[in-house]
Design a protein around this ligand. Structure first.
Ligand SMILES: C[S@@+](CC[C@H](N)C(=O)[O-])C[C@H]1O[C@@H](n2cnc3c(N)ncnc32)[C@H](O)[C@@H]1O
Length: 335
C-alpha cells in the first residue's frame, strides 16, 4: 500500500483512528501490517500489499468467487463440456462461452490467448454503438484527468477496465478498490504483469462504508460502479464525506419510457441509479454540484447466453433492447 495513504485512512465502521502494526515495509510501501481501530476494536490487515478493509460483521458474499466456484464445480462434474468448450470453433461459441474459456485459459497461465479471446468476447457481447459510446466517454474522462496531478481512487474497480485506461493514458497513481477480494487479486496479478506495479495500490472495502477520512480524496472515479452496487442508499453521501474535490462517474441511463428495463431495475432495487433525473437529484440533495458531460445516445441489447453451458450469461442487464444515454456525471464539492 502507498505509505502516503496511511494518514488518510480511518476505521470504515466507526471512523475511529487506526493503530498500525507494520510487519514489512519498503521506503514507499506498507507490504504487511495488522491494523486495529482504537475506538471500536475492529481488525483489518495488509497482506502482500493488498489492504483488507472489509468489515467482518457486515460480510457480503464475494460474488466473483461464488461464480468461479460454481463453474469449477460444474466442470469437475462435466469434464466433457469443458473439453468441448476448449476446442469449439468460434461459430459454435457465444460471447458468454468466450468469456468462460478466456477465464480458463487465464487460470492455465495462457494470459495472452485469454486477453485476445476476452477482447473478441466483448465485441460480440455488446452493440457496436454501446462500445463506441463507452470508448468516447473514456477518452473524454482521460482528457479531464490529464489536468490532474494527484492520485485517483477508483470505486468498484472490478476487472479494471477504467483503471487500465487511466494507467495507459495518464501518469496518475491509482487506488484500485472493490468489495470482492477475489476480483482484486485477479486485477492485481494482471496489472502487475503489465508493469503498472509502481503506480497502483489495492484496497478491499465496501463503497458504502469506505475507510477514508473526511475530505481526504481529491479525485474519485467509477465506471458503472455505483450502478452495480446493491442497496446503494447511502453511497452518494459516503462519497461526498470523503471527497475533497471531484467525482467522475461514467454512467449509462435508462429512458424514462423504457418500461421493461425499468421494471427489471426496480426488482433489483437499483432503478434510481439508472434514471438520470433521480440520480442527479440524489447528488444535489447530498450537497454536490453536478454537471453531465459528453452525453451520447446508444442502443444496447441483452447480452447472449452460452451455447455450450447451461444458464451461463454475460450481464443480467438490459433485459430488452433500449436506447441508453451514456455520459460522465461530474460531481464537485461545493465550497
Ligand atoms: C462490473 S464491475 C464495474 C466495472 C469496473 N468499474 C471496471 O472498470 O472494469 C462492478 C464491480 O462492483 C463491485 N461491487 C459491488 N458492490 C460493491 C460495493 N458495495 N462496494 C464496492 N464494490 C462493489 C463488484 O464486486 C464488481 O467488481
Amino acid at each position: 500500500m502507498f505509505k502516503f495513504l496511511q494518514d488518510k485512512l480511518v476505521c470504515p465502521l466507526c471512523h475511529g483512528e487506526l493503530k498500525w502494526a507494520v510487519l514489512e515495509e519498503s521506503p514507499t510501501r506498507i507490504i504487511k501490517a495488522d491494523i486495529s481501530c482504537i475506538s471500536c476494536g475492529e481488525e483489518y490487515s495488509v497482506r502482500d500489499q493488498v489492504v483488507n478493509f472489509l468489515i467482518n460483521s457486515k460480510a457480503e458474499p464475494d460474488l466473483w468467487q461464488t461464480g468461479e466456484d460454481n463453474l469449477e464445480r460444474f466442470f469437475k462434474l462435466n469434464p466433457e463440456i469443458r473439453a468441448r468448450l476448449m476446442v469449439a470453433p468460434f461459430e459454435e461459441m457465444s460471447a458468454a462461452d468466450m468469456y468462460v474459456k478466456a477465464m480458463l485459459l487465464e487460470k492455465e497461465g495462457n494470459e495472452k490467448e485469454a486477453e485476445k479471446l476476452m477482447n473478441i468476447a466483448t465485441i460480440n457481447a455488446y452493440t457496436k454503438e454501446m462500445l463506441d459510446a463507452t470508448d468516447k466517454e473514456f477518452k473524454y474522462l482521460i482528457n479531464l484527468l490529464r489536468k490532474q496531478s494527484q492520485f485517483v481512487v477508483d470505486i468498484a474497480s472490478g476487472p479494471g477496465v477504467l483503471v487500465k485506461q487511466i494507467l495507459q493514458n495518464t501518469d496518475l497513481k491509482v487506488v484500485i478498490t472493490d468489495l470482492s477480494m477475489s476480483i482484486i487479486k485477479r486485477t492485481y496479478n494482471s496489472l502487475i504483469k503489465e508493469g503498472y506495479g509502481e503506480r497502483i495500490t489495492f484496497i478491499a472495502f465496501d463503497a458504502r462504508t469506505t475507510p477514508f477520512r473526511n475530505n481526504s480524496v481529491p479525485i474519485i472515479t467509477s465506471f458503472v460502479g455505483l450502478q452495480n452496487i446493491d442497496n446503494p442508499d447511502n453511497i452518494i453521501s459516503e462519497l461526498k464525506r470523503i471527497s475533497s474535490g471531484e467525482f467522475y462517474s461514467v454512467c449509462s441511463f435508462c429512458s424514462e419510457d423504457d418500461d421493461i428495463n425499468r421494471a427489471d431495475l426496480r426488482k433489483s432495487g437499483i432503478e434510481s441509479m439508472y434514471l438520470k433525473k433521480k440520480h442527479v437529484d440524489e447528488f444535489v440533495n447530498n450537497g454536490w454540484k453536478v454537471e453531465l458531460l459528453n452525453p451520447i445516445l446508444a442502443k444496447s441489447s441483452p447480452t447472449p447466453m452460452s451455447k455450450i453451458l447451461p444458464n451461463v450469461g454475460v450481464d443480467g442487464f438490459p433485459v430488452a433492447d433500449g436506447i441508453f444515454e451514456h455520459c460522465i456525471v461530474k460531481a464537485s464539492v461545493l465550497l
